[in-house]
Design a protein. Structure first.
Lengths: 130, 391
C-alpha cells in the first residue's frame, strides 16, 4: 500500500516537535474531523534554517509532514512558497490516490507558514522603531 | 508480504480462518463429489444429501427447522434478501420500515435503496453504549410498518440489542422482524423462537467456515420476493446452483459453533476482559466503546484520543498485531465510523479508535504481547500529534 519511504518516515518521523521562537507557523488540514498539521519554520536571511511539525492523522499524513520538514530546510522563502500539492508525494516515491490529500496538506502547511512569516515581517516593517 | 516475528490475529470480527475440521469436510466436494444438487442421478443425489445435512446443522444452530434455512452467498446477500424481499412482498400492506442507525452497511444501504423506491425508513438512535430501548421501537410503529430490522450484535463495538423484546413487539403488532446475527453466531445463543425472529442472517466466514457462503432463516409462512430469479433453487427463494462446497463448510462450522459456544464464550470473555483491564490501567485517557455488559464476548473497541486509527493499525501491524478500525481516511476527509458517531463520540475521538476481536486461536499470551507494544505505540503517536488535539 505504501512505499518504503512512506513507511520509513511514518515509523521514524524526522523533526517532530515545535519551535517556540518560530518565524512562521502554518496550520492546515481539517481540525473538526480530519488530519491536521502544525508546521513551524525558522527563517534567517530569507532561508529556512529549521522546521518542526506536529500532525494528527494517518500514516501518509505523518510521513508527508516528516518529509516536508526535510524538503523545506535550506530552501528560500520564495522556493518554499512555490511548493506544489504533489511535491511531497513525489518525494515519498508516490502515495495511493486516496492519500494525495495528505501531500496537499503538507504543502498547505508550508504555504501557510511562509504567509505567516511574510505578514510578520510586514508588521515589523510598519512598526515604529523604538 | 513481510511476516514479522510475532503474528497475532485479533480481527476475528472481520473474518476467521477455516477450521481444519471444516476444510476436511469440504475437500471431497471439490473433487469426487462434484455433483449438481439438482441432478437426478447418483452424483446429484450425493450432493443433495450433503446440502440437506448442512441445512439441518444450520437450523440446529438457530433453533429453526431445516425447511426454514436458505443458503446464500453470505451476510450481505442475506440482509439484502431480508430487507428487499419483505419490502416488496408486503408493499401492499404498508411502506414503513424500522431499523437502527448502527446497522451493518448491508442493512443501511438496502434501506437507502428502499427509500429511493418510495419506502419510508425510521433509523432509531442508540444510547451512549450503542443500545436501543424496545420502547423506541414501539413508539416508532405506524399502521404502515411492515418490517423491523435490528441487528443482534454490532460488528464494531459488540453491543447486543434486546432482540427478544423487540421481536415480541413485532409479533404483537403483526410486523415482520429481521435480525442480522452475522456477528453473534457462535458467540451468543441464537433462538429464533425466543427472539420471535421471522428472518435472521448468518455468514460462514465469521464462524470459521469459508467465505462466499451464508444463510438466511425465513420463518415458514413469511412471504418474500426473491432478489435473484432463476431456476427455482432453494424453494424459489434464492435461485442459482447450490454452492455445495461452501454449504458443506458452513454446515460443519455451524455444527461446531453450536457444540462449542459455551466454552468459547468463557474463553473469549476472559481474554477480552484482561485486555480491557490492562488498557485502562496502563494507558492514559482511554475510552471503551460499547455496552459494559451487553457485549459480544471477544470484542473490545477502544478510543485513544490523540492517536489516529490508521496510524495505530499500521504501527500495530509492524509489531505483528492485526486489528482494525471503523474509520477510513480517503479522499480528503477521514470518515469516522457511523457507529461511533451514533454513540455521541466527537469525530476526532472516533478517528482514534481500534477494534480488537478475539477468536478461538488466541491465548492470554497474546494479551501480554499486545500490552508490551500498544502503550508505546499510543504514546509515540500522541507525541507526534501533541498540540494538535485540544486538551
Amino acid at each position: 500500500m505504501y512505499s518504503p519511504a512512506v513507511m520509513d518516515h511514518f515509523h521514524s518521523p524526522r523533526n517532530v516537535g515545535d519551535l517556540p521562537d518560530a518565524d512562521g507557523v502554518g496550520n492546515a488540514g481539517n481540525p473538526i474531523s480530519g488530519n491536521t498539521i502544525a508546521l513551524y519554520l525558522k527563517i534567517a536571511e530569507g532561508t529556512v534554517t529549521d522546521a518542526k511539525f506536529r500532525t494528527f492523522g494517518c500514516a501518509a499524513s505523518i510521513a508527508a509532514s516528516s518529509m516536508v520538514t526535510e524538503w523545506v530546510i535550506g530552501r528560500t522563502a520564495d522556493e518554499a512558497a512555490s511548493i506544489e500539492n504533489d511535491t511531497i508525494a513525489e518525494a515519498l516515491g508516490g502515495l495511493p490516490p486516496t492519500k494525495m490529500h495528505c501531500s496537499a496538506m503538507a504543502a498547505d502547511g508550508v504555504r501557510t507558514a511562509i504567509e505567516d512569516y511574510r505578514s510578520r515581517r510586514e508588521l515589523n516593517a510598519k512598526a515604529p522603531k523604538a | 508480504m513481510i511476516i514479522p516475528m510475532a503474528s497475532i490475529y485479533l480481527d476475528h470480527n472481520a473474518t476467521t480462518p477455516v477450521r481444519p475440521e471444516v476444510f476436511d469436510a469440504m475437500e471431497p466436494f471439490f473433487k469426487d463429489r462434484f455433483g449438481n444438487a439438482s441432478s437426478i442421478h447418483r452424483y446429484g443425489q450425493d450432493a443433495r444429501s450433503a446440502v440437506e445435512e448442512a441445512r439441518a446443522r444450520v437450523a440446529g444452530l438457530v433453533n429453526g427447522r431445516p425447511g426454514e434455512i436458505y443458503f446464500t452467498s453470505g451476510g450481505t446477500e442475506s440482509d439484502n434478501l431480508a430487507l428487499k424481499g419483505v419490502a416488496y412482498a408486503r408493499r401492499a400492506y404498508g411502506r414503513h420500515i424500522i431499523t437502527t442507525n448502527i446497522e451493518h452497511s448491508a442493512v443501511l444501504n438496502s434501506c437507502g435503496f428502499l427509500e429511493r423506491e418510495g419506502f419510508e425508513v425510521t433509523y432509531l438512535p442508540v444510547d451512549g453504549h450503542g443500545r436501543i430501548d424496545p420502547g423506541q421501537v414501539e413508539d416508532a410503529l405506524t399502521d404502515q410498518t411492515i418490517l423491523i430490522s435490528v441487528m443482534h450484535a454490532n460488528n464494531e463495538i459488540g453491543t447486543v440489542q434486546p432482540v427478544d423484546e423487540i421481536g415480541r413487539i413485532a409479533r404483537d403488532n403483526g410486523v415482520c422482524f429481521h435480525t442480522d446475527a452475522v456477528q453473534s453466531a457462535g458467540k451468543l445463543p441464537i433462538d429464533v423462537e425466543a427472539m420471535h425472529a421471522d428472518l435472521l442472517s448468518l455468514s460462514g466466514h465469521k464462524i470459521y467456515g469459508p467465505k462466499g457462503v451464508g444463510a438466511i432463516y425465513i420463518r415458514k409462512g413469511v412471504e418474500i420476493e426473491p432478489t435473484a430469479h432463476g431456476g427455482h433453487h432453494e424453494n424459489d427463494v434464492r435461485s442459482g446452483t447450490e454452492n455445495t462446497v461452501g454449504i458443506v463448510g458452513l454446515g460443519k462450522a455451524a455444527e461446531l459453533a453450536a457444540l462449542e459456544r459455551e466454552g468459547e464464550y468463557r474463553n473469549l470473555s476472559r481474554m477480552r476482559d484482561a485486555l480491557e483491564a490492562r488498557i485502562r490501567d496502563e494507558i492514559e485517557d482511554v475510552r471503551v466503546n460499547g455496552h459494559p455488559e451487553w457485549r459480544l464476548p471477544g470484542t473490545l473497541n477502544a478510543s485513544f484520543p490523540g492517536a489516529e486509527g490508521e496510524s495505530l493499525i499500521m504501527s500495530l501491524d509492524l509489531a505483528g498485531i492485526a486489528v482494525s478500525t471503523g474509520s477510513a481516511c480517503t479522499s480528503g476527509a477521514i470518515e469516522p465510523s457511523h457507529v461511533l458517531l451514533a454513540l455521541g463520540r466527537d469525530p476526532r475521538t472516533a478517528l482514534g479508535s481500534v477494534r480488537f476481536s478475539f477468536g478461538r486461536d488466541n491465548t492470554m499470551r497474546d494479551v501480554d504481547y499486545v500490552m508490551s507494544r500498544l502503550p508505546g505505540i499510543v504514546s509515540r503517536l500522541r507525541e507526534v500529534s501533541a498540540a494538535q488535539v485540544p486538551a
